[in-house]
Design a protein around this ligand. Structure first.
Ligand SMILES: Nc1ncnc2c1ncn2[C@@H]1O[C@H](COP(=O)(O)OP(=O)(O)OP(=O)(O)O)[C@@H](O)[C@H]1O
Ligand code: NI
Length: 308
């Protein structure tokens, strides 16, 4: 059984659909990179799992974590999972930390609540800080006294401190310089060596980061998963024409917006067809399902028989 199993997840805000029937699995110990353009719904996917969507959003589908549907859990039961079994590295570092609490205290808190002695919690945190080149006195600073990159690294340390089996990381290297990015990569690798069961869902625009860490890559386009492939074959030869365009748009540094008009709905057929260099008539007629490939799956008629 996968550790996390997202099935048919659709999310809409005031009738604007952001995710459509997303299926995504994550095995224990696995790292899956979730990539796609800005506004594609990557953060919304994570926020759905974390019960962080605004009250009136419409959510359909299921998301099993160790067999329990996260979307159906009471907020009490859900909160009990967070901090202990599921850790989150949020995209917006300014809002992620409480402005009135010392950095060390708030990152150590989940451990303190679990009864880990204060000294031990701080010692473990200090080790992680050192590995990320964060000065130890940062533990005793308020969030606003840290730079954006420092806050980001502190959040990475905080997530790994919890020992959670599932880490949801939303752009964990945003605003971090190249040298320290290397340290983040090493720290994630070390964390998985120490805890081989730790699964990482890595949302990123940073393809070299995805390449360094991911076992598989999932690509979101117009709210759909259009490809899931083993990382090695993905970076050699992505299958979906949108994924090809993404990799070509990347001048080694990260994803460049393709400005394909995300979320733009087509009346019928594949939502990528109007921008697709490889489209043929079935693409404009019927939206393809996720079709199996040796290295994963792809939502493209080039890989299946549209007449079936
Ligand atoms: N609380 C919300 N209410 C209404 N719309 C929202 C809300 N949160 C996100 N959206 C919309 O959902 C879409 C997906 O946003 P999301 O933040 O998930 O994109 P993303 O893939 O994470 O982009 P980025 O790479 O820029 O972080 C966007 O069109 C966004 O405007
Ligand atoms: Ni995002």
């Amino acid at each position: 059984m996968p550790l996390l199993e997202v099935q048919g997840l659709s999310v809409a805000f005031q009738h604007e659909e952001v995710l459509r029937e997303v299926d995504l699995n994550l095995e224990a110990g696995e790292t899956v990179a979730l990539i796609g353009e800005s506004g594609g719904g990557k953060s919304v996917l994570i926020e759905t799992l974390l019960h962080l969507l605004p009250p009136r959003s419409q959510v359909k589908g299921r998301a099993f974590f160790r067999g329990e549907d996260l979307l159906a859990l009471s907020s009490h039961a859900h909160r009990a999972l967070l901090g202990q079994h599921i850790a989150w590295i949020p995209q917006a570092t300014t809002e992620a930390l409480h402005p009135m609490l010392l950095v060390g205290f708030q990152l150590a808190e989940p451990l303190l609540l679990r009864g880990v002695p204060r000294r031990e919690a701080y010692a473990r945190l200090a080790k992680l800080f050192a590995a990320l080149d964060l000065p130890l006195e940062t533990l005793h600073r308020y969030p606003h006294q840290l730079s954006g990159g420092m806050r980001q690294r502190a959040l990475v340390a905080g997530a790994l401190l919890t020992g959670a089996g599932l880490v949801l990381a939303d752009e964990p290297t945003k605003g971090i310089d190249a040298l320290r990015k290397r340290q983040v990569v090493t720290l994630f690798q070390k964390a998985q060596e120490l805890n081989p069961e730790m699964a990482l869902l890595l949302v990123t625009h940073d393809l070299p980061l995805a390449q360094a860490l991911a076992d598989r890559v999932a690509v979101l386009f117009a709210g759909r998963v259009v490809e899931v492939s083993r990382a090695q074959s993905f970076f050699q030869a992505p299958a979906h024409p949108y994924a090809k365009a993404l990799l070509e748009a990347l001048p080694e540094r990260g994803l460049k917006p393709l400005q394909l008009g995300l979320g733009r709905e087509v009346e019928k057929g594949c939502p990528f067809a109007p921008s697709c260099p490889e489209n043929f008539s079935p693409c404009r007629e019927r939206e393809p399902p996720l079709l199996p490939l040796p290295q994963g799956s792809v939502r493209c008629w080039r890989y299946g028989d549209p007449s079936l």
